[in-house]
Design a protein around this ligand. Structure first.
Ligand SMILES: [Zn+2]
Length: 269
């Protein structure tokens, strides 16, 4: 995928990615639309200040912002979201979204989104604005972000976007049925887990951190409570400081109460 760095974005992230936001570009359907919008993002003056992670048209995808950075696409969801811009218009009918050109766009987008869902452990399900606001993981339209957080009035990708077709393509490309992955069974709370040491309990901790969205799914599991595990525990404590050592919101050691809460987040009651 070509990478044309957008001019306006937020370097780095402080919270894990949990949602994919689908936009349309409000730009003419053409074979170079993704390239053109990427170029526009790379040269945009300070009066607009917008970007997205990826732009797609009917025959290609262009990367504009790295996943590890925050694109400025949907205020309210920029810190924990990934944004993709599709060639087309919010006013399109369902038939227009499913014509030959737009099916090419949807296929390019589905490939990108399937990769994101797998990489970031995001279920390929459409969330409502209320579910988005409640912190669930999944896929939304910009219109849902507007409804959930009220920071913009954008309504893309419009009321007729064919979510059923799009999600079936994403799920097909992920090679699994439409339901989110079943989590592991809940392990018992391990004893004697310490940072920078080896323990057979490190793996259940890493699995729970992944299932609850605090650790990237692609990190290899090991018996070592190493830097990646510590970083993820730090992110967990940042969100739930009541379980961190007093005065240390980046505490990298997990205690029994914190571990119990993490297991509930990961596996339910
Ligand atoms: Zn948008």
């Amino acid at each position: 995928m070509d990478f044309v760095q957008a001019k306006w974005f937020g370097p780095g992230r402080t919270v894990p990615i949990r949602v994919v936001v689908v936009h349309d570009m409000e730009a003419p359907e053409g074979p170079m639309t993704a390239e053109n919008v990427a170029h526009w993002f790379s040269t945009m003056d300070a009066s607009s200040k917008a970007s997205a992670h990826v732009c797609v048209d009917n025959n290609s995808a262009v990367r504009c912002v790295a996943d590890g950075d925050r694109a400025w696409h949907a205020p309210g969801a920029n810190s924990d979201g990934l944004g993709i811009e599709l060639a087309g218009y919010a006013r399109q009918t369902r038939e227009e979204w499913l014509d030959q050109y737009s099916k090419g766009v949807l296929e390019q987008a589905a490939q990108v989104v399937a990769g994101w869902c797998q990489k970031h452990n995001i279920p390929a399900v459409k969330l409502t604005a209320a579910e988005l606001k409640a912190g669930k993981r999944g896929i939304v339209g910009h219109r849902d972000v507007s409804a959930a957080y009220g920071q913009t009035d954008h309504t893309d990708p419009g009321p007729n976007f064919p979510w059923d077709y799009f999600l079936s393509r994403v799920n097909a490309l992920m090679g699994k049925p439409a339901d989110p992955v079943q989590p592991d069974t809940r392990p018992s709370i391990p004893q004697g887990l310490r940072p920078n040491s080896a323990s057979p309990s490190a793996k259940p901790l890493q699995r729970a951190l992944k299932a609850a969205g605090f650790m990237n799914k692609s990190v290899a599991e090991s018996d070592n409570y190493g830097p990646k595990t510590q970083e993820s525990v730090g992110i967990f404590h940042r969100k739930y400081p009541q379980f961190a050592a007093k005065g240390s919101t980046w505490d990298v050691a997990i205690g029994p109460k914190g571990f119990a809460h993490l297991l509930t987040l990961a596996y339910g009651k």
